[in-house]
Write a protein of this length. Structure first.
Length: 410
């Protein structure tokens, strides 16, 4: 964890970097915006990893070319919200490499996807289009991406304009795999770990070796110098009875740099079936703030905290994030089972133009948490390949208020 003085110096350097990409804004206005943004960043724990600083895996490390690209993308998205740019540029894209997986998680957002995965050449072509568009984080997911024999080649095709993440159960992750992926340029491994008790984690995953594999992947990743993150979907009981703190201490003990905490979103096999209440989400947001004040646990990143109206709101639809499935179809995010076209067939720009019509503003909270039932009903009664109907449906669900972040930037 970075101390307060070093943190202040990093924030000042970030502001100086940001100024380079905002020369069209008066110095007075730029200073005003910078001071308005300070409360957001002041509550966050910064992790120093090698020679870079990490606020969370929802942002590229600083300083880096990918971080610079994030600043440019954010500026373009603000211009889009003002009506002066034709479409936003998201910070992150998660790209599914396969629908195959050894586990059977009840909350899997990919559970309903069955399409054919892309060949290596086509996968790399999609990556090229994403990078040329300005995406600063590319996260490889699945299914289980370790099942791809060409994984190192795929990661190596991403140049310094984007930071790379790998989402994995850890099953099949060896020390040789760790070294090959690190050499290919991988920045962070994101290991699925949902409990500190072996038997409970294995039960959730539906695999007897899930826990041991996850811990081995974390150990191997630390040894080769990857930034180590867990992707954690805690049970309601863990949040309500405070067991989540036990998990955070366990994560610290095994060398985790960051714990990403998500609530189970009503999508995939759970489409239309919400689990967490508003009170549970409030507890998660509180956890984010309280945990990042402490030095005895890893950096914690609660997705529902960032996606609340108090911060950025939901960035689905290219505002801050989007998703490409294993067949190359573009979705608003990993959780939204509606596509705006195939990148290889239609081109990324055409797909983005369609999605920009459907998502003209960020939503005040997670789109699928709020509209899961409506999405489920729409899919039952409509042709989900009719993109014009999808645009009309999604745009009818738009929120009228901007999040605090974008309010302050406008």
């Amino acid at each position: 964890m970075v101390g307060w003085l070093e943190k202040l110096k990093v924030l000042l350097k970030m502001a100086k970097t940001n100024r380079r990409f905002n020369q069209d804004v008066s110095l007075k206005e730029f200073v005003r915006r910078t001071f308005l943004m300070y409360p957001f960043f002041s509550k966050e724990k910064i992790v120093k990893h090698n020679d870079e600083y990490v606020f969370s895996t929802f942002m590229p490390p600083f300083p880096s070319k990918a971080f610079d690209n994030m600043l440019i993308a954010t500026k373009t998205t603000i211009d889009f919200l003002k009506g002066t740019a034709p479409m936003p540029v998201p910070i992150s894209v998660y790209f599914s490499l396969t629908n195959k997986c050894m586990c059977n998680c009840y909350f899997c957002s990919n559970a309903l996807n069955t399409g054919q995965e892309l060949e290596t050449r086509d996968t790399i072509e999609v990556i090229k289009q994403l990078q040329d568009f300005g995406v600063s984080i590319i996260g490889f997911t699945g299914g289980e991406p370790l099942l791809r024999k060409d994984l190192a080649q795929i990661i190596a095709s991403v140049d310094e304009r984007s930071a790379t993440l790998l989402f994995t159960t850890g099953i099949g992750f060896t020390k040789d795999v760790a070294r090959s992926l690190k050499d290919a340029g991988l920045f962070s491994i994101v290991v699925s770990l949902d409990h500190y008790r072996k038997e409970e984690h294995n039960r959730i995953k539906g695999h007897s070796k899930a826990f041991d594999s996850a811990l081995a992947a974390i150990d191997y990743s630390n040894k080769v110098g990857l930034y180590v993150t867990t992707n954690t979907i805690p049970s309601i009981e863990m949040i309500r009875n405070g067991d989540i703190w036990e998990f955070l201490h366990f994560a610290e003990s095994i060398g985790v740099d960051e714990v990403r905490i998500l609530d189970p979103i009503p999508t995939g096999a759970m489409l239309g079936k919400p689990i967490f209440t508003e009170e549970d989400i409030a507890l998660l947001k509180k956890l984010h703030v309280e945990s990042n004040r402490r030095k005895d646990i890893p950096r914690v990143s609660v997705l529902s905290y960032f996606e609340g109206r108090e911060i950025t709101g939901c960035g689905a639809g290219g505002i801050r994030h989007m998703y490409v499935d294993a067949s190359g179809n573009l979705h608003p995010c990993d959780m939204v089972p509606l596509s705006f076209g195939n990148i290889l067939e239609d081109g990324l720009i055409n797909c983005m133009e369609r999605m920009a019509k459907a998502f003209p503003l960020p939503h005040e909270e997670c789109f699928m948490r709020r509209y899961s039932k409506e999405v489920a009903d729409f899919m039952k009664s409509n042709d989900t390949k009719d993109i014009e109907k999808i645009i009309s449906f999604c745009s009818s669900l738009k929120d009228e208020r901007l999040s605090k972040f974008f309010e302050r930037m406008m």
